[in-house]
Ligand binder design. Structure first.
Ligand SMILES: NC(=O)c1ccc[n+]([C@@H]2O[C@H](COP(=O)([O-])OP(=O)(O)OC[C@H]3O[C@@H](n4cnc5c(N)ncnc54)[C@H](O)[C@@H]3O)[C@@H](O)[C@H]2O)c1
Length: 353
């Protein structure tokens, strides 16, 4: 098993990565949470594939466990769903010395993490991420949130899990588009800080070969994320580097009303566009955009949006609440594996679109 420990001033927790780990999680939890009640929250897709395996390993180990199943999809990351979870936890008489498990992709992880952070002013929770994006990104670093009708992730907190259990075997049932969504984030990690990962991604022939190296890929991405989180837990400086491709990406998602492009596809478009522009502006080494675009296309991800409308994207960026009136931070590659955080005014953004 690959184990790495996140060290923060107030919290330490382990990320465990191993194929077929799911069926042993009850045993692993037994060591630390002997007599506790456990509330598992999952979505209906994940439940259909893996709900029974998880519940069996918990009950075999003697835990009193309940399972709460929510509808799959971003719409569940909402205040009404949060209220529903609080109701289920209350009915189960969950106390602060019990445990919550977030079992699913980033939607379940973010929602359940926020519910855990706020129910009874904080109940310990564990992440069992089931999408590639969740295994390399959203389950690590403590960002938890729900959406408001006016925007994504507007209600949130930093609340770290007790542990993250990653079973790469779970990825075999992902729809190809959801897998590629995660691959876009793997490409991002490789572009911002890891040239060996970039070289390997370039050398794999296709997604099948990518999946044969999945444990190493996940561990490498988790190590990169860990480095940024440990240096800048609250995302006020260096951790922003992880937003490479995301400023344009968020604007693409917003412009198309979250319907046309997935998050990963939008980030892929963002990485391609901003690198082409920063290369043209002389900030990025010549040839970098060509390399990243080739990699994005190889994994079936888009490099531009249909109806790419500069003005509309610019409007979306300026309206994004994350981009404060004092300016916004964009992440640019200087060369492959190296970045610079550039603070610009919203009216300079057109240079990078
Ligand atoms: N907290 C963070 O740091 C952070 C970082 C990035 C993204 N996010 C958030 O993550 C969310 C997106 O997460 P996501 O991409 O994992 O989407 P998701 O949770 O909606 O999962 C995508 C789809 O895959 C299905 N699924 C999940 N695991 C499966 C499996 N093993 N087999 C078959 N189907 C499976 C789900 O039911 C869903 O239909 C967004 O809300 C985003 O804001 C958070």
């Amino acid at each position: 098993m690959h184990i790495q420990t996140i060290n923060l001033p107030q919290k330490q927790y382990s990320i465990m990565i191993q194929k077929d780990l799911l069926a042993s999680i009850g045993e692993l939890l037994q060591q630390n949470y002997k007599t506790k009640k456990i509330a598992v929250v999952t979505d209906d897709n994940v439940d259909a594939f893996y709900g029974k395996v998880l519940m069996d390993t918990l009950t075999t180990q003697g835990f009193q466990a309940t399972k709460v199943v929510i509808p799959a999809g971003e719409k569940s990351k909402s205040i009404p769903m949060l209220e529903y979870l609080y109701g289920e936890f209350s009915a189960f008489k969950l106390s602060r010395s019990d445990l919550i498990i977030a079992f699913g992709g980033g939607v379940v992880g973010d929602l359940v993490g926020f519910a855990a952070a706020t129910f009874l002013r904080g109940v310990p929770y564990v992440q069992i991420p089931t999408t590639l994006l969740a295994q390399i990104d959203s389950s690590i670093g403590g960002k938890v949130a729900v959406n408001l009708p006016t925007g994504k992730n507007l209600i949130g907190n930093f609340y770290h899990p007790e542990a993250v259990f990653i079973d790469p075997t779970l990825l075999t049932t992902l729809p190809i588009r959801v897998l590629r969504d995660g691959i876009a984030e793997v490409i991002k990690y490789s572009a911002i800080s890891e040239t060996e990962l970039f070289a390997n991604l370039t050398s794999y022939r296709n997604e099948q070969e990518f999946l044969t190296h999945i444990e190493w890929i996940i561990a490498t991405c988790c190590q990169i994320k860990q480095t940024f989180v440990e240096q800048d837990e609250k995302d006020t400086g260096l951790r922003m580097t992880l937003n490479f491709g995301h400023t344009i990406g968020h604007a693409v998602e917003t412009f198309f009303n979250y319907e046309t492009y997935t998050h990963g596809e939008a980030v892929a478009i963002g990485m391609a566009h901003i690198t082409q522009r920063s290369e043209a502006l002389g900030i990025t080494a010549p040839g970098t955009a060509k390399k990243i675009i080739a990699l994005i296309q190889k994994y079936g991800l888009p490099i531009t949006a249909t109806e790419y409308n500069h003005q509309a994207l610019l409007n979306a960026i300026t309206l994004d609440k994350k981009n404060s009136s004092s300016g916004l931070h964009i992440i640019l590659l200087t060369t492959m594996g190296r970045t610079v955080i550039k603070k610009i005014n919203a009216n300079e953004m057109h240079l990078y679109l």
